[in-house]
Design a protein around this ligand. Structure first.
Ligand code: NAP
Length: 257
């Protein structure tokens, strides 16, 4: 059945993988964004979840809303509430929320915000699904890129990640829209748990950036929780695309091949 699906955050890392997949599966796709975009195969709704501008119009006529938008900050709770209120007034589309593995066990402000957003979705009165995933491959490479002007790349010692490819998260989200409201679904983890320093070296080697990688001890509760692996989904290592495959794609793209 064709459904009209609103994607918030459809211009972000995950959203850019999701939107073409949804459209390719026969859904009518609308993307909420704060700035005007060029016309494409899908509709653009200009709006802002922080101010509420354009949100009612964006939700109108939808059967599903996939909420990916994030500002990485406290404003996400109010933004999610604005979206929930608009969806409720619209008659109750299926609300799908993407969250992060282990958020109740890592003492990070952003994770507390994600947990509060999950609670809002669960209590919204809307039909809902929450999918938690581990960190995306791109997050690891972005952390390295942010240090490109430094003579070395620093990573937290004793910390591992289990990164997953956004295309696999996107495929799962398409399946969720098609399955209908499913409450909390099983977590999605990347194919393997890897030491942060090793991931950084794999990436730097693939893109030909010559840098030493230094593991540095970082104090604090959040890092202790990361060292304990509370953000990992070892039992749910269902992703298949490896970090090596992902960075090989990044290297090809950068060299124009
Ligand atoms: N990155 C990870 O490793 C990871 C892991 C697990 C779960 N997640 C979750 O997955 C989701 C997507 O993450 P991502 O990394 O793909 O995000 P991202 O690349 O940081 O993109 C953020 C998106 O939010 C939109 N946005 C920001 N402020 C907005 C506002 N006020 N109103 C409307 N839209 C707004 C942006 O759209 P415009 O700029 O076009 O307005 C953009 O598309 C997030 O909920 C994140 O918590 C991420």
């Amino acid at each position: 059945m064709t459904t009209t699906v609103l994607v918030t955050g459809g211009t972000g890392r995950l959203g850019r993988a999701l939107v073409p997949r949804l459209a390719g599966s026969g859904h009518r796709v609308r993307v909420l964004t704060r700035s005007e975009r060029r016309p494409a195969e899908w509709e653009w709704a200009v709006g802002d979840l922080r101010t509420g501008r354009g949100v009612t119009e964006a939700v109108a006529g939808t059967q599903a809303v996939i909420h990916l938008a994030t500002t990485n900050g406290r404003g996400d709770v109010a933004a999610t509430r604005t979206l929930v209120d608009a969806a409720r007034a619209e008659g109750g589309p299926h609300l799908v929320y993407v969250s992060i593995v282990g958020i109740e066990n890592v003492a990070l402000g952003y994770y507390r915000v994600k947990l509060a957003c999950e609670r809002l979705v669960e209590a919204s009165g809307l039909p809902w699904t929450i999918l938690r995933t581990t960190q995306f491959h791109d997050l690891i490479t972005a952390a390295c890129d942010a240090q490109r002007r430094l003579p070395v790349t620093l990573v937290p010692s004793g910390v591992s990640f289990q990164p997953i490819d956004v295309t696999e998260v996107a495929d799962r989200l398409v399946a969720i829209v098609e399955a209908g409201p499913s409450a909390r679904v099983p977590d999605l983890g990347g194919p393997s748990v890897r030491d942060a320093a090793e991931l950084a070296r794999v990436y730097l080697r693939a893109i030909g950036r010559r840098r030493a990688v230094w593991s540095v001890p970082i104090p604090g509760r959040a890092m202790r929780d990361y060292r304990a692996g509370n953000h990992l989904a070892r039992e749910r290592a269902v992703g298949r695309i490896t970090f090596e495959e992902f960075v090989a794609g990044v290297a090809r793209e950068r060299s124009g091949r």
